[in-house]
Design a protein around this ligand. Structure first.
Ligand code: ASP
Length: 330
C-alpha cells in the first residue's frame, strides 16, 4: 500500500488565485470565517508558507518587535493559546497571557467590555476565547485594537478553520474536488462549523457522520446548500469511508452537555482504529482539531495518513500570518 508522503518538507501547494496585498487586514478583527474571500485565503496561506520556511531555517525573526499580544482565555486551551504565544514570540513580539480568568478581575465580576478595554491599554492585538456564542463580536464592538476570535462557545473557531484548510492544502495539494467527511459531535463542535462555512468557497462534497442527537445545525446546512455545496448525512462512517479524501474527526464536546448521562451514552459513538481504516483510501488525510479523548486510537498515530500532529504545527504558521496581517506587517 502506498501512502501520501509527509509534505512538511516539500514546497507547499498554493491556492490558484491571484494574491494581493493592499493592507486590508490591517487593524481588522478576525471574528468569523465568513469575512474571508478566496483571495484572502490565498494571501494568508502564502504568508503562512513563508513563515513556515523562515521558522524552519532561522526559528525567530523581529518583524513584530515592539508589538504586544494579549491572550484572554475564559475556556481551557492548549494548542490555540500556546501556538498564538509561540507565534508572537517567533515574530519577535511579546505576550500578556491571561489563561486563568479566575485569577483575574473577571472573578470579581468585571464585564467582558471592561476586561477588553484594560488589555488593549497594554497590548496591540487581543486573542479571545469565550464560552458564549458572539462574545468575540461583542468584544470587537468595544475594542480599538484587533480582536481575534479563538473560539466562542459552540459558535465559531475561525483560526482553527484556516489552519485546517491550510493543512488540507498541504496534505492533499488541492481543495476543489475533494470529498471531506466530518465525524463526531457536529452539533457542538465549533471547528466543524467554521470549517464547513470556509469549505463552501470551494467545489467540495461534505459528508456529515454523527449520532442523531449531534447533527450539523440545520441553518449551517441551509447556508451551504444555498452556496451549492453537495452535502449528505449519515450515522455510520462505513458507507462513506471508501470515497473520503479527508476524514475530519471531532471529540464529543462533554462540556456542552446538560445531562452527563447523555454524554456517557454518546461518547464512544466512533473510534477510529487501524481496522476501521482498512476500507479507506491510501492517500486519505486523517485530521482532528485535538484534544482527542479516545475517538482516534493511538495505534493510528504512526499511519502516514494521520495528519493531526502536522495539523497543529501548521497552526503556528497560520497564526503567525494572522498576527502579522492584522498588525499590518506582512
Ligand atoms: N480545540 C478545539 C476547540 O477549541 C476542539 C475541541 O476542543 O474539541 O474547539
Amino acid at each position: 500500500m502506498t501512502f501520501a508522503a509527509n509534505t512538511m518538507n516539500v514546497p507547499s501547494a498554493r491556492l490558484p488565485f491571484a494574491t494581493h496585498h493592499d493592507g486590508r487586514f490591517k487593524g481588522n478583527h478576525i471574528l468569523s470565517v465568513s469575512q474571508f474571500s478566496l483571495e484572502d485565503l490565498a494571501y494568508i496561506f502564502d504568508v503562512a508558507e513563508e513563515f513556515r520556511l523562515i521558522v524552519r531555517r532561522i526559528g525567530i525573526m523581529d518583524l513584530l518587535k515592539g508589538h504586544v499580544l494579549a491572550t484572554l482565555f475564559y475556556e481551557p486551551s492548549t494548542r490555540t493559546s500556546s501556538s498564538f504565544i509561540a507565534a508572537i514570540q517567533r515574530l519577535g513580539g511579546t505576550v500578556v497571557p491571561i489563561s486563568e480568568v479566575r485569577y483575574s478581575s473577571v472573578s470579581k465580576g468585571e464585564s467582558l467590555p471592561d476586561t477588553i478595554r484594560t488589555l488593549e491599554s497594554y497590548a496591540d492585538v487581543i486573542v479571545l476565547r469565550h464560552h458564549e456564542v458572539g462574545a468575540a463580536a461583542l468584544a470587537a464592538k468595544y475594542a480599538r485594537k484587533p480582536i481575534i476570535n479563538a473560539g466562542d462557545g459552540i459558535g465559531e473557531h475561525p483560526t482553527q478553520a484556516l489552519l485546517d484548510l491550510f493543512t488540507i492544502l498541504q496534505e492533499r495539494g488541492k481543495i476543489d474536488g475533494l470529498i471531506i467527511t466530518m465525524l463526531g459531535d457536529l452539533k457542538n463542535g465549533r471547528t466543524v462549523h467554521s470549517l464547513a462555512k470556509l469549505l463552501s468557497l470551494f467545489k467540495v462534497k461534505i459528508n456529515y457522520v454523527s449520532p442523531d442527537a449531534l447533527k450539523m445545525p440545520a441553518d449551517l446546512k441551509s447556508l451551504l446548500q444555498e452556496k451549492g455545496v453537495q452535502q449528505a448525512e449519515y450515522s455510520d462512517l462505513h458507507p462513506v469511508l471508501g470515497d473520503t479524501d479527508v476524514l475530519y474527526v471531532t471529540r464529543i464536546q462533554q462540556e456542552r452537555f446538560e445531562d452527563p448521562r447523555e454524554y456517557e451514552h454518546l461518547k464512544d459513538s466512533y473510534v477510529i482504529t487501524p481496522e476501521v481504516l482498512q476500507g479507506a483510501k491510501s492517500e486519505m488525510a486523517i485530521m482532528h482539531p485535538l484534544p482527542r479523548v479516545g475517538e482516534i486510537s493511538m495505534d493510528v498515530d504512526d499511519d502516514p495518513r494521520a495528519a493531526y500532529f502536522r495539523q497543529m504545527e501548521y497552526g503556528l504558521y497560520v497564526r503567525m500570518a494572522l498576527l502579522a496581517l492584522v498588525l499590518g506587517k506582512a
